[in-house]
Design a protein around this ligand. Sequence first.
Ligand code: PEP
Ligand code: MN
Length: 264
Amino acid sequence: LVGRTFKDTATEIKLSDDLIIGGKKVVIMAGPCSIEGEEQIMETARAVKKAGASILRGGAFKPRTSPYSFQGLGEEGLKLLKKAADETCLKVITEVMDPRDVELVGRYTDIFQVGARNMQNFYLLKELGHAELPVMLKRGLSASYNEFLMAAEYIMSEGNYNVILCERGIRTFEDYTRNTLDLVSIPVLKNLSHLPVVIDPSHGTGDWRLVGPAAKGAVAMGADGLTIEVHPEPAKALSDGQQSLKPAKFESLLEELEGIAEVS
Ligand code: PEP
Ligand code: MN
């Protein structure tokens, strides 16, 4: 079902009349790594809206490496995220980690995010295959293209065809960057599949100074969207501050991207 042999026209995922992932415009998802509180998410929502983004991201259930790190605000975070998005007319994307939370998260989001660590959580994928909302599936930390596409197949084979692929960097021998962002995945995945491809330059590099160049490269290579971490005060962020852009930097990045393709 994921393959070009099944369907040879690009899949368009329509969130509203003028917001289509896989359409003509590059769709921008932006927001903090984690929802930390009302003021933080409201301020970020206003800033990314003003800059030109159309989807607000933010995690309430966080897949942290250490069990002692901030794990997210849970349902309280989802409520704050939805409120901030509604007040700024943005759509919502947020991560679901557990099949038991699909119903809960679905009440607050417009797109489910499956994190890299859960790419092969087949029970979660099957559960999302029965959901009504689109799913953005992030590539596993060391997943091949075939493994990535087969994970998408799990969702589609249960009936949900609205799947977005997200390249977020893979683990290689190089440890200067947090991950190695594989931009060639854009044409490769588009040759193999009809699904839209989104790039995450934040987790892909782990360094806010590299986010802009990686985002520009991704757009030049044909990405259908970008997901970018933005925080009003990155130095105080409870997660991923080092890779988060300040609002002003994010705004100037979107202006630069407009020179390459139409963004929304
Ligand atoms: C995220 O987008 O917040 C995230 C945790 O990403 P990943 O699953 O790609 O590490
Ligand atoms: Mn993050």
